[in-house]
Design a protein around this ligand. Structure first.
Ligand SMILES: C[S@@+](CC[C@H](N)C(=O)[O-])C[C@H]1O[C@@H](n2cnc3c(N)ncnc32)[C@H](O)[C@@H]1O
Length: 267
């Protein structure tokens, strides 16, 4: 998959892209990211990309001209990388005013051949550029950060994880939080006893059926307790409803205020 990032900070993009899962994916040619700096498309000696907003609002705005030229350049690069498939590469403006990024949107975007990601700075970008050149505005949450680079890199990382071959173990994405509209179940690793607390017995029982059922129940319980809004958007199967009821009954019987599943070895 090809990504073009329109950014005033190409070094920031290069630095994040040189670590971890995305770096490995890039080495394996599963994805590539090109940064395009709008300053390259300015005409004055100071390479100016911003100006004061009309109407006297505070701060500065990114001007439409250099951004439009940078997006056109990105489109050409997309064509060079992808051929005719570049016509289906949307321009995404990372913006706190956009549609919330969730796993559904991440998966939808992962089916594209490429994405052009427009990273704002200052107080954002001229509205005419957004109307003329942007297909989707995407927000990483209801808060404001200083620039679109970290939101864009978050999007690239999340999309990369959905691409075939990027994660060594495909199963690791299949049971992650949000994939199935649920949060992940609690997980444990060695040592078996830590701080006087033993991992749940079922996980060391060797009974794979019981382990799967426990994991399913815990994912449902955790989602119910922490993010009931997710369950409101998901239809539970008869089996899942039974598991949730069982998990809730046990949870209430044990009088847990939180979600403790482990055993204290001193009990
Ligand atoms: C300081 S913000 C501008 C915020 C803008 N004045 C507003 O209130 O909507 C600068 C840039 O950071 C990026 N940004 C900030 N918060 C974001 C968020 N929650 N999601 C995606 N991008 C964000 C956008 O690209 C934005 O143009």
């Amino acid at each position: 998959m090809w990504f073009g990032m329109v950014t005033l900070f190409p070094e920031l993009v290069a630095s994040v892209m040189s670590w971890g899962v995305v770096a490995r994916a890039s080495e394996q040619n599963l994805l590539s990211v090109e940064a395009i700096n709008p300053r390259q498309f300015t005409q004055d000696k100071h390479a100016t990309v911003d100006a004061k907003p009309y109407g006297g609002s505070p701060g500065m705005l990114m001007q439409p001209g250099p951004l439009a030229a940078a997006i056109a350049d990105s489109r050409q690069r997309a064509t060079a990388a992808l051929g005719p498939a570049a016509s289906d590469v949307p321009v995404i403006y990372l913006s706190p005013q956009g549609r919330s990024l969730d796993q559904g949107l991440v998966q939808e975007l992962s089916t594209k051949a490429g994405l052009i990601l427009l990273c704002g700075r200052y107080e954002g970008v001229d509205e005419r550029l957004v109307r003329e050149a942007v297909d989707i505005e995407v927000s990483v949450g209801d808060y404001v950060v200083s620039g679109g680079e970290l939101p864009a890199l978050t999007l690239v990382d999340a999309v990369a994880r959905c691409l075939p071959g990027v994660l060594g173990n495909r199963a690791s994405i299949e049971c992650e939080s949000h994939l199935d509209g649920l949060l992940d179940y609690p997980q444990y690793t060695r040592p078996e006893i830590y701080g006087g607390v033993r991992v749940p017995k079922v996980l060391v029982s060797g009974d794979h059926g019981a382990i799967e059922r426990w994991q399913a129940e815990q994912a449902l319980l955790r989602t119910w307790l922490r993010r009931p809004d997710l369950l409101a958007h998901r239809t539970l199967s008869t089996q899942e409803r039974a598991w949730l009821t069982a998990a809730l009954t046990l949870h209430e019987e044990k009088g847990h205020e939180g979600e403790q599943h482990e055993e204290n070895v001193n009990d």
